[in-house]
Design a protein around this ligand. Structure first.
Ligand code: GAL
Length: 683
């Protein structure tokens, strides 16, 4: 259970910023919340300067009244630690607490997040604030969870100021102990970069040409840890005051600067903010799905919370399209379908001032009784209440995609053989399985893989011996392992593993690669899948000269420098198999390959449905299956359920044998545990 104080309800609500409003508005907020079915709000995220207007004055009285009012209306609070945006006085007293870019530009006050993660003064003041907040509200009956900071590193994701430089040196000394070890790991013999004194070492500031890649990679690790330390510092203070209250922070899906695998281990539940672009409906629905899947995977076996989303338009894209009627509902149900136990928005009431006043909210700038958005907000609240049986249920994926932040950081450093986009590649692989309604998790290379039958490792450029051994063992033990080009190229120090790519996985795949052949519009290539009528797959971005040592060739390149060479290989490994893909693919190519791989591994989707219909299954502890069927089309669709007989939770009635879903429609069907007879409910 994510929230002990909301044991049997999906969480519903949003960011609530009462400090922006006269107190006379608060009672109306609380009443409207109750009427809309809101049961959780995030309070105080940007309220530091209101709580502590000067370094020596504190004002909690207003927050006490907000907490009491919400409690009286049955609304629980995810209480923020307010550290996301320090007050102006911090910069006045400690100008060196401001962050500095790689070009040496200081980022000033007047917006948000203007602090260096390594500033001792920021830490000191944040500690004092969190201590007081934790002590004051630890036992408040409205408190459901703590919300640490806000979207850590969202706008300011590295700092090159004096405190960061000093802290980077300390971090390096801890890691390498001696300069000799650092020089060896960074390969500083190259371009006369040898260091003779720790003071010579800086963060990778703007330089005349490509900076040392190992230095850059270490700086990314250091920066990730600097933010993570701040989170852990706050988490420890909160746990000391309230050991049983869950602690979380709002993650941002595929957010490069922070290794969320590490963060999730220190969070009681995962939460993320999702803003798919309504102007790009197809990309948008996949963008949200892939983010839900990542967030869910960060805490295996546990639901997550969608901590922020938009009821309609955002204000921060160049072109901000509102959502058509029904889309907000469908996207909210999509989050629940993929494992969310809560749907929240930014924000409750649309601001009248400030940089986000044109962002949609649950209460717009108009009378809620006549508001198009607010009527949808109320309807959604009522529907989420009917989905209470889903609380705590989980998605069981049999397919996993390997995802590693260090590999991402390293793949996209300067001075690559050709520019590759880690996230775009992972999204392309995921999209193909998603379109075919296979549940997919994202896993760390060293994670327990025993629950999967198919594991795909795309462009896993940096790989540790432990990661390589884990992936090989998965195949040995009967799994179907797939790796793509640009995998296993370097070790943790960004040093090439010599002897042919994919380095430590050469023996597993029985191939080695000597040279790459990037592709673009001028240099086309393709390959055909083996077997009668095997699909022809167009290659994108990448191809390779593959030498086969001990593998079966499943497809060969048709053109260009690699013509006739292996494009896809397979090797029996223990009781499983290992397939190596030596090329990038376009969308139809990934679709075809995903079908081929699913057949190879023996996985099938939970239900066969027309295209643009999304299906996801959540299973409760008692085995009840909750089948979410979501129609992303703007026209009606029929979905036969086959022999399955269940109850449609949204209507409360037995589900028809064939579901008829209107445009952007959805059904959630509760089915008896697998294996039990599909009798009509109630008989
Ligand atoms: C999020 C942020 C919120 C708000 C929102 C607007 O990234 O956490 O505070 O700015 O975006 O979409």
């Amino acid at each position: 259970m994510l929230l002990p104080s909301l044991p049997s309800a999906l969480a519903y609500g949003g960011d609530y910023n009462p400090e922006q409003w006269p107190e006379s508005v608060w009672p109306e907020d609380a009443r409207l919340m109750r009427e809309a079915g809101v049961n959780l709000v995030s309070v105080g995220i940007f309220a530091w300067s209101r709580i502590q207007p000067t370094p020596k004055t504190w004002d909690f009285a207003w927050l006490d009244r907000v907490m009491d009012l919400l409690h009286a209306h049955g609304v629980r609070v995810c209480l923020a630690t307010a550290t996301a945006s320090p007050p102006a006085w911090l910069a006045r007293l400690h100008p060196d607490s401001l962050p500095v870019t790689a070009d040496g530009v200081t980022l000033h006050i007047g917006s948000r997040q203007q602090f260096s993660p390594s500033s001792p003064d920021y830490r000191r003041h944040a500690t004092a604030l969190v201590r007081r907040l934790a002590k004051r509200y630890a036992r408040h009956p409205a408190l459901a969870a703590w919300h640490v900071g806000n979207e850590f590193a969202c706008h300011m994701n590295e700092c090159h100021g004096p405190h960061s430089t000093r802290a980077f040196r300390v971090w390096l000394k801890t890691k390498y102990k001696t300069l000799a070890a650092l020089n060896a790991a960074w390969g500083t013999a190259f371009w006369s970069q040898l260091y003779g004194d720790w003071e010579e070492i800086h963060t990778p500031r703007r330089a005349p040409y490509a900076s040392n890649p190992a230095q850059q990679l270490d700086f990314k690790r250091f920066t990730h840890e600097a933010f993570f330390d701040l989170y852990k510092l706050e988490r420890t203070l909160l746990k000391a005051a309230a050991p049983d209250v869950p602690v979380t922070t709002n993650l941002m899906g595929f957010f490069k600067p922070l290794d969320y695998h590490a963060w999730a281990r220190e969070m009681d539940f995962a939460a993320w903010d999702s803003y798919p672009d309504p102007a790009l409906p197809d990309e948008g629905r996949h963008w949200a799905a892939v983010g839900h899947d990542l967030t869910r995977s960060l805490k295996p076996g546990l639901p997550f919370i969608l901590m922020e989303s938009a009821t309609s338009a955002v204000n921060w894209r160049a072109f901000n399209r509102p959502k058509p009627a029904g889309l907000m509902r469908l996207q909210s149900l999509q989050a629940v379908a993929r494992g969310a136990d809560g749907v929240m928005f930014f924000q409750w009431r649309a601001s009248l001032s400030g940089a986000e006043k044109f962002h949609s909210a649950m209460v717009a700038h108009v009378d809620p009784e006549r508001s198009r958005i607010h009527s949808q907000v109320r309807a959604l609240g009522a529907e989420l209440r009917r989905l209470a049986p889903v609380v705590g249920s989980v998605v069981h994926a049999r397919v996993a995609i390997v995802m590693d932040w260090a590999a991402w950081w390293a793949l996209e450093l300067e001075a690559r053989p050709t520019k590759l986009d880690y996230m775009a590649t992972l999204h392309a692989v995921h999209r193909a399985f998603y379109a075919q309604n296979h549940a997919v998790d994202f896993v760390h290379p060293e994670a327990d893989l025993s629950r999967y039958v198919l594991v795909v490792a795309p462009v896993l450029y940096l790989l540790t011996p432990a990661g390589a051994a884990n992936l090989s063992a998965f195949a040995q033990n009967g799994g179907t392992l797939v790796a793509t080009y640009a995998t296993g190229i370097v070790d943790a120090d960004e040093r090439v593993v010599p002897g042919g790519y994919p380095g430590l996985l050469r023996d597993t795949f029985g191939v080695w690669v000597e040279e790459w052949v990037p592709l673009d519009d001028r240099f086309a290539n393709s390959f055909r899948l083996l077997g009668k009528g095997g699909a022809k797959l167009a290659c994108r971005e990448w191809s390779e000269f593959v030498h086969v040592e001990d593998a079966e060739v499943l497809a060969t390149f048709t053109a260009d420098l690699t013509a006739g060479g292996p494009a896809l290989t397979r090797r029996r490994v223990g009781s499983g198999r290992a397939l190596y893909l030596a090329a990038g693919l376009d969308v139809p190519g990934w679709d075809a390959l995903a079908s081929f791989l699913a057949a190879e591994a023996g996985v099938s989707p939970v239900l066969a449905v027309p295209t643009e219909v999304e299906v996801s299954e959540r299973v409760s502890a008692d085995g009840t299956r909750h089948l979410f069927v979501l129609n992303h089309r703007h026209k009606p669709v029929s979905v036969p359920l086959g022999a399955r007989r269940g109850v449609d939770l949204l209507t409360g009635r037995p589900a028809a044998r064939t579901l008829t879903l209107g445009p952007l429609g959805a059904a959630v069907v509760a089915l008896p545990p697998a294996g039990q007879s599909d009798k009509k409910p109630g008989r």
